[in-house]
Design a protein around this ligand. Sequence first.
Ligand code: BEZ
Ligand code: MG
Length: 591
Amino acid sequence: MTSLKNKARQDERDARVLKLYEQVLEIEQRLIPTGLHVFGQAPESGELQALLEVVASFDRFDPDPHAGAADSGPTVRALTGLIARGLGFESYQTLIERSGVSESGAVDRQHVESLLGRAIELFLSTPDNHGATAASEFLFAQAAVPLNESFAAFNLLNRIRAQLGKNSELDALAAALRGEYIVPGPGADIIQNPDVLPTGRNTHAVNPYLIPSPIAVQRAAGIAEALLHRFLSDEGRYPETMAMVLWGIDNIKTQGEAVAQALHLLGVKPRRDSLNRATGVEVIPLEFLGRPRIDVVMTVSGIFRDLFGSTMTLLDTAVRTVAELNEPDDMNFVKRHVLEQVRGGTGLDDATARVFSNAAGNYGTNVNFMVLDSQWQTGSELGDLFVTRKCFAYGRGRDAAQSRAMMENCLSRVELTYQNIDSSEIGVTDVDHYFEYLGGVSRAVEQRAGSRPSIYLSDSTNAYARVRTLEETIRLETRTKTLNPKWYEGALKHGFSGVAEIEHHVTNTFGWSATADAVDNWIYDEVAETFVLDQAMLERLKGLNLDSTRSMVGRLLEAAGRGIWDADEKTLERLRGAFEDIEDRIEGVVA
Ligand code: BEZ
Ligand code: MG
């Protein structure tokens, strides 16, 4: 008996250690920007190794994502997958899955990753452009990776390295000012699409009729299912209604991954016409879907609205199509809710409105400005403002009409709110837009549904997308950025703007408290300790940028004053002292 109990205890301990190990690995492997981009300057070579490791862990498809279907296979395969298969494993993905639950899985995964790291080191350190050959031969010897396959990957890395080494941004700017032609290039980040290099080109967007691309459709299905799976395992059931945020720039970068996610959640795929334009939808039968169709309320940015008119019509068509399917309403939540409304006397057009944005010509939710200027008393004011700004319905024949009652009706049923993150450069605490949108809609739901929704983000910054709760995402961002010396020292190298950058992170973190109560107390404790209670750091910040330092200390005091942060009295006294001292300096009372 005792030995059985001991065994159970040991197993539990091992499982916890593995889980902790996974979390440490997640923090360690996350790419973070270590400093700001300086216009006209090539990035430092120090971060190249980490960047190339991530680039090399994605399968790359045809450079023109619309030219062929995604199932024609990648033209450059991910090195992680090649190494895993060369070593006799099924795939790198299965190693990642095993690594969270078994020690041997963790060891195998680490072996693959360390071979990748060593190969890229060799690639970077071998002189005279022989890096690709040396690294391919290394992987052949160590992991039986076919030379032609790894060579294709290293050729891509070679091109990226060469293009990153040059920078023609200033020349292009000067040419633009002279009214000369600037060569166009796509907009994305390097990991999503290496064809964005070289920089200094005239960034163009997309042809909205080609959105979502076949690759986006393929990737989106996995992410959307992972999202539902996470909710199912947290709550024990599927969400009937969810609210999703759609942004324009993200959908340019990913060729419409978030659009494809919305379609997949509804249980449809884009249907292309004879000109390859995604103008209709094809219903995925319930037998294939294997789950109910989710009712998706889409809150769309003004930029998305301007760029993707035809896509909004596509999304609206998807909702109308699903609402009219002849299916049981416990497998089709769109139909269930539309019928309920129609029975209550609402017209079919109103009952199927799901795509909401600003009034024509208007942008943003203004929730961020209200938070930044401390112009709010209760969270409900923030939720109300979100609805006021975003309650205009789009789609076939809707004419951007103000539809507040329709939007409020939809939000009153929402159980899950969601947004996709697709770039390691911009996360939930880097800019105020994530909290104005995802936070704003979550607050609006909380008031109207009577309880706070589950808030999730998916992270497709890696080859294997993950879904996290908002709280988990904020912890990860805080540990890897705001409180990470690598990140803040990188920012502080830029002096004045570096301090502003740190202050923005603190304020954006606060924005998540204001809109979604999603910030742990320890985060405020450690921000105060790192940037204010550490006298040497405080003096450094004040010397570089007094105004931003004042804003940051003021924001911490505001968090305590509003009851968001439970700080001890001694800490508060020191913060107040620091704030008064800064005010005196700004007012010139002391030098
Ligand atoms: C967008 O790409 O749609 C977007 C960008 C920044 C803030 C809000 C929306
Ligand atoms: Mg902005």
